[in-house]
Design a protein around this ligand. Structure first.
Ligand code: SAH
Ligand code: SF4
Length: 436
C-alpha cells in the first residue's frame, strides 16, 4: 500500500504497511540491477577525476615513455585538479606534441549537468548524467547538492546510483536501478561543482553565489550523504577520497570529509584505517525492534555491534567525534524516553548528535516531529553533555534535502513545472543540456 496511513505508522511502527515500490517488505537489500563497472564511455574516455595510477596507465597507453611518466602525471594532475583545465590546449607547460596526442585519445569531459536547481536559500542541486557505458546503458543519473553556509560550503556527494538498502523513511531507497559509482564518477561531482561555482583559480562565480569572505574555497567540506551506501562501495570511495584530499590537487582536508553509513559494521574499521575521514552513523532509533523497521540493515548488524565498531573507530577522540544522525519522526522515535536512552547508549563515545527534521517526499509514510518536540529532544541530549544541533533543512523547495534525492529527470521536470504553476519555490529551476 503506497499511501500508508500515518496513524498506523505513529502508533504501531511494526505494523506499518510497506510502500508498494518496496519489492520485499522485510528485505534488507534490493538486488542490484546493474553491477559496478569501469567508466568506459563510448568515444574518447575522460581523464578528469582519475587517480594518479589511472592517469599513469592512460599516459602509458599512448606511448609516453616510462621515465617520463611520473613527471607527466604531475603536470596533468596540476592542470586537471588544481587549475580545473577543460582542454589540453590550456596545459601550457606540456609540449605541443603530447597535448595533441592527449587530445587525439582522450577528453577532459565532465558528466553532463542535466539540470540545475537553485533554492531560495542558495542551495544548489545538480542532476548529473554519466556518460553511457554501452548500448544498454543510457547514462546513469545522480544527484549532487551544494549547501553554502556562513563559515563553509558543503558538497553532498553520491556514492551509488540509488541504494540497495531500503530504509523506510528514505526516498533514495525506493529507486529501483542501483549501481556503484566509480572513483572517477565520485570525484567528478566535486569537479563539476567547482566548474559551476567558478571555484577554480581565476574563474568567476555565478551571479548571486555565496562568496567565502576569507578568500577560501566555495567547497570546503564534503559529505557522503547523497545517494547510496558508501560502505558498500568502499574501494571506490577510498580511492575518490585520496584524489579529493591530495594536497597538490583538489586539496580538501580529510577532517572536512564525512562519510555517512547506515551501519555496515564490517567496513567501518577499514574506512577509518584507509580513508581517515570523519564518520557519521545513521542511528535513528535506540531500540533494535524500531531500528529493524527504519534501517533494515539493523537486522544484520544490531545497535550493540554498531556502537562497538564506533568505539573502535581509528582516530576517535574528543577532537574527532563521531556524528550520530537521528531523523525526527513524529510519534515514532521522538519521545523523551528515546532521548534519554540515546544519551545512555552513547555514553563513552566522543559524539555529537545531529537531529535531522524528517524531509517528506511524495508517498512517504512518516511526518516530521513538531518543532517543540524536536527542541525538547535536543535539550535532553544537550543537558547530557552532547552537542545536539538540529540540522536546518536546506533546499526543501527543490527536494535537495537529506533523503529526498531520487534522480528521475522526468519526475523532476514535472515537479518543477508543478512548483512553477503553484508559484512556490520555483525560482531558479533551470533546465540545461539535452534532457530526455
Ligand atoms: N546511505 C548513507 C548515506 C546517505 S543518506 C546513510 O544512510 O547514512 C544521508 C542521511 O540522510 C542519513 O542519515 C539518512 O538516514 C538521512 N535521511 C534519509 N532520508 C531522510 C529523510 N527523508 N529525511 C531526513 N533525513 C533522511
Ligand atoms: Fe540507502 Fe542511506 Fe537511504 Fe538507507 S538512508 S536507503 S542506506 S541512502
Amino acid at each position: 500500500m503506497a499511501t500508508a496511513s500515518l496513524d498506523i505508522a505513529q502508533h504501531s511502527p511494526r505494523a506499518t504497511p510497506i510502500a508498494a515500490e518496496r519489492t520485499q517488505p522485510m528485505a534488507i537489500e534490493k538486488v542490484a540491477e546493474v553491477q559496478a563497472h569501469a567508466s568506459a564511455a563510448p568515444g574518447k574516455p575522460s581523464l578528469a577525476g582519475l587517480t594518479r595510477d589511472e592517469l599513469k596507465a592512460r599516459l602509458a597507453q599512448i606511448g609516453v615513455p616510462e621515465r617520463e611518466l611520473k613527471m607527466r602525471v604531475g603536470q596533468l594532475w596540476h592542470w586537471i585538479n588544481l587549475r580545473g583545465a577543460q582542454t589540453f590546449d590550456a596545459m601550457s607547460n606540456v609540449c605541443k606534441g603530447l597535448r595533441q596526442a592527449l587530445a587525439d585519445a582522450y577528453t577532459l569531459y565532465r558528466p553532463t549537468v542535466a539540470s540545475e536547481q537553485v533554492s531560495k536559500d542558495g542551495t544548489r542541486k545538480w542532476l548529473l548524467r554519466m556518460p553511457s557505458t554501452g548500448p544498454l546503458d543510457k547514462g546513469a543519473e545522480i544527484e549532487c547538492v551544494y549547501i553554502p553556509e556562513v563559515d563553509r560550503g558543503t558538497l553532498c556527494v553520491s556514492s551509488q546510483v540509488g541504494c540497495t538498502l531500503t530504509c523506510s523513511f528514505c526516498h533514495t531507497g525506493t529507486q529501483r536501478l542501483v549501481r556503484n559509482l566509480t572513483a572517477q564518477e565520485i570525484v567528478a561531482q566535486l569537479i563539476v561543482a567547482r566548474d559551476r561555482l567558478g571555484d577554480w583559480p581565476g574563474a568567476m562565480p555565478p551571479d548571486g553565489a555565496f562568496v567565502p569572505s576569507d578568500g577560501g574555497r566555495f567547497v570546503s567540506n564534503i559529505v557522503f550523504m547523497g545517494m547510496g551506501e558508501p560502505l558498500y562501495n568502499l574501494d571506490n570511495v577510498v580511492a575518490a577520497i585520496r584524489v579529493m584530499s591530495d594536497n597538490e590537487g583538489l586539496s580538501l582536508s580529510r577532517r572536512r570529509i564525512t562519510v555517512s553509513t547506515s551501519g555496515v559494521v564490517p567496513q567501518i574499521e577499514r574506512l577509518g584505517a584507509e580513508a581517515n575521514t570523519m564518520l557519521a552513523i545513521s542511528l535513528h532509533a535506540v531500540r533494535d525492534d524500531l531500528r529493524d523497521e527504519l534501517v533494515p540493515l539493523n537486522r544484520k548488524y544490531p545497535i550493540a555491534q554498531l556502537l562497538e565498531a564506533c568505539r573502535a573507530y581509528p582516530g576517535l577522540s574528543n577532537a574527532r567525534r563521531i556524528t550520530f544522525e537521528y531523523v525526527m519522526l513524529k510519534g515514532v522515535n521522538d519521545s523523551d524516553a528515546d532521548a534519554r536512552e540515546l544519551v545512555r547508549l552513547l555514553r563513552g563515545i566522543p559524539a555529537k548528535i545531529n537531529l535531522i527534521p524528517f524531509n517528506p517526499w511524495p508517498g512517504a509514510r512518516y511526518q516530521c516531529s513538531d518543532w517543540e518536540r524536536i527542541e525538547r529532544f535536543s535539550e535532553i541530549v544537550f543537558r547530557a553533555g552532547y552537542a545536539s544541533p538540529v540540522r536546518t533543512p536546506r533546499g526543501r523547495d527543490i527536494l535537495a534535502a537529506c533523503g529526498q534525492l531520487k534522480s528521475e529527470t522526468e519526475k523532476l521536470r514535472a515537479r518543477a513545472r508543478l512548483m512553477l504553476e503553484a508559484g512556490i519555490g520555483a525560482e531558479g529551476v533551470y533546465a540545461l543540456g539535452d534532457e530526455a
